[in-house]
Design a protein around this ligand. Structure first.
Ligand code: DX5
Ligand code: ZN
Length: 220
């Protein structure tokens, strides 16, 4: 299981320390939650911030665009050279074009789904996706409780991916903690985002390895 700490749950006035936690804990990605105050009721990191973060870390960025009209902002975030970029199904009518632009920009292309959005409609688009991000909270804020039915969505999506024989990773985002990461792993999730599950822990650096270890126990 790959672990992507969400720096939204860190001290927002001290991103250098948040990036050091990701580096020292051996995080696989730095998860950057981009919110526009329109698609979601919160406003966070602009593209200049994403570019500044990229300059200060070697850990690959995972940019989660929770914005309306993502096509208008995408290029500016691609300039931060992220490893992964996800856009929301609910915000993007021209998904095929948008996903192609993410890939052309050198990042893995992901489709994010709110908790209430079904995975059953994804069969056709799976071949042009690198990953699906399943929201396990309603997007907008760190520190919310995990929504359990999203585990069933993950397991169903895992079956669809295997049936279609495609290489698509499943990422889960929201409320992941040491109390539920085993179930997350059992549902077939490849990448877990954790915000408060890491940054509110007593030792955030050690917590990254701890979460990964708990997930691994479940797999064996
Ligand atoms: C929610 C964000 C999540 C969130 C994760 O809108 O997309 O990435 O910050 O934080 P926790 O793990 O605290 O829910
Ligand atoms: Zn996120």
């Amino acid at each position: 299981m790959k672990i992507a700490p969400s720096i939204l749950a860190a001290d927002l006035a001290d991103m250098v320390s948040a990036l050091a936690v990701c580096r020292d804990g051996g995080a696989d990605y730095v998860h950057v939650d981009v919110m526009d105050g329109h698609f979601v009721p919160n406003l966070t990191f602009g593209a200049p911030m994403a570019r500044a973060l990229a300059l200060h870390t070697e850990v690959p960025l995972d940019v989660h665009l929770m914005v309306s009209n993502p096509e208008l902002l995408l290029d500016e975030y691609l300039a931060a050279d992220p490893a992964m970029v996800s856009v929301h199904w609910e915000a993007a009518p021209h998904l095929d074009r948008l996903l192609a632009r993410i890939r052309e920009g050198g990042a893995r292309a992901g489709l994010a789904l709110n908790p209430g959005t079904p995975v059953s409609g994804l069969a056709d688009i799976l071949p042009v996706l690198d990953f699906v991000l399943l929201m396990s909270v309603n997007p907008g804020f760190a520190g919310q409780a995990f929504i359990p039915y999203v585990l069933d969505k993950a397991a169903y999506l895992r079956t669809m991916i295997e049936e279609r024989g495609v290489e698509v990773a499943i990422e889960i985002d929201g409320g992941v903690k040491e109390t539920n990461i085993r179930e997350v792993a059992a549902a077939g999730v490849d990448i877990a985002v954790a915000g408060s599950g890491i940054f509110a822990a007593e030792d955030p650096i050690a917590q990254i390895g701890r979460l990964r270890g708990l997930a691994r126990e479940e797999k064996t």
